[in-house]
Write a protein that binds this ligand. Structure first.
Ligand code: SF4
Ligand code: SF4
Ligand code: SF4
Length: 240
């Protein structure tokens, strides 16, 4: 069992933001007060109450002005660096059925600098009091009840897909081959190491500086962290 994955085909995204709203609605997250900063992106960043954010970037690609739309969320890393550096057992968990990476209230005991600093995609955020952390949870309650994640269910264009990892990898490869006919530079972003796989038609760095893992130098694990990341999967196996 290789768990679940998202496949997000950015060549199809129209930036309708249905996914962003569906995420808020399902998790009963409040709206954020925002202001006009000259972009349709709203709010300006992911946060403790915005797990999914459609980023807008206006840029020149191959001599033409382009709007790039990037529905950003946690990548649910196959071997999550955030979990590897967590210092308190149970603060960050990985669901054995889906592979979803889940933050619990025990993240209140963790250092945000440590957890956020370990994330290659700059995803974890804290609440206003600077205590617990939050991010996309793969809509684990929906998925365990046979439903699609709310953002996938809401997407009207086929950009967002979700299912068994093998199926999503196959869909991603087939979509890449199709996209390459029109966009020769199209790539799958970090497909082997994450469960949120993006198909990017252009250099991924144009969408957002943290879209690819290599954009942020990986923090080196301490010996204690490296040992902990080895021991936890073993203890889960023996518990199962
Ligand atoms: Fe953890 Fe960041 Fe990977 Fe999400 S994207 S699982 S927060 S390391
Ligand atoms: Fe939000 Fe659920 Fe989509 Fe994650 S999977 S971005 S929590 S709607
Ligand atoms: Fe893009 Fe689909 Fe989200 Fe609309 S719902 S912004 S098309 S990913």
């Amino acid at each position: 069992m290789n768990g679940k994955s998202f496949f997000i085909d950015l060549t199809k995204c129209t930036a309708c933001r249905g996914c962003q709203i569906a995420c808020k609605q399902w998790h009963k997250l409040p709206a954020e007060k925002t202001r006009n900063v000259g972009s349709h992106q709203n709010p300006q960043d992911v946060s403790f109450t915005t797990y999914k954010l459609v980023r807008f970037t206006e840029t020149v690609v191959d001599g033409k002005l382009n709007w790039l739309f990037f529905p950003e969320q946690c990548r649910h890393c196959v071997e999550p660096p955030c979990m590897a550096v967590a210092e308190h057992e149970g603060s960050i968990l990985q669901d054995p059925l889906t592979g979803a990476v889940l933050f619990t209230d025990l993240t209140a005991k963790e250092s945000i600098d440590n957890i956020r600093g370990a994330c290659p995609y700059d995803i974890p955020r804290q609440d206003a009091s600077g205590k617990i952390m939050a991010k996309c949870d793969m809509c684990i309650d929906r998925v365990h009840n046979g439903m699609l994640p709310a953002c996938v269910q809401a997407c009207p264009t086929g950009t967002m897909n979700f299912g068994d990892r093998e199926d999503m990898l196959k869909l991603a490869e087939a979509s890449l081959a199709k996209a390459k006919k029109k966009h020769p530079k199209a790539v799958l972003v970090d497909a082997e190491s994450v469960r949120t796989i993006y198909l990017s038609a252009v250099d991924p760095g144009l969408y957002h500086k943290f879209m690819m893992a290599e954009a942020r130098p990986m923090r080196l694990f301490t010996r204690k962290e490296a040992l902990a990341s080895l021991i936890r999967p073993l203890s889960r196996m023996t518990a199962g």
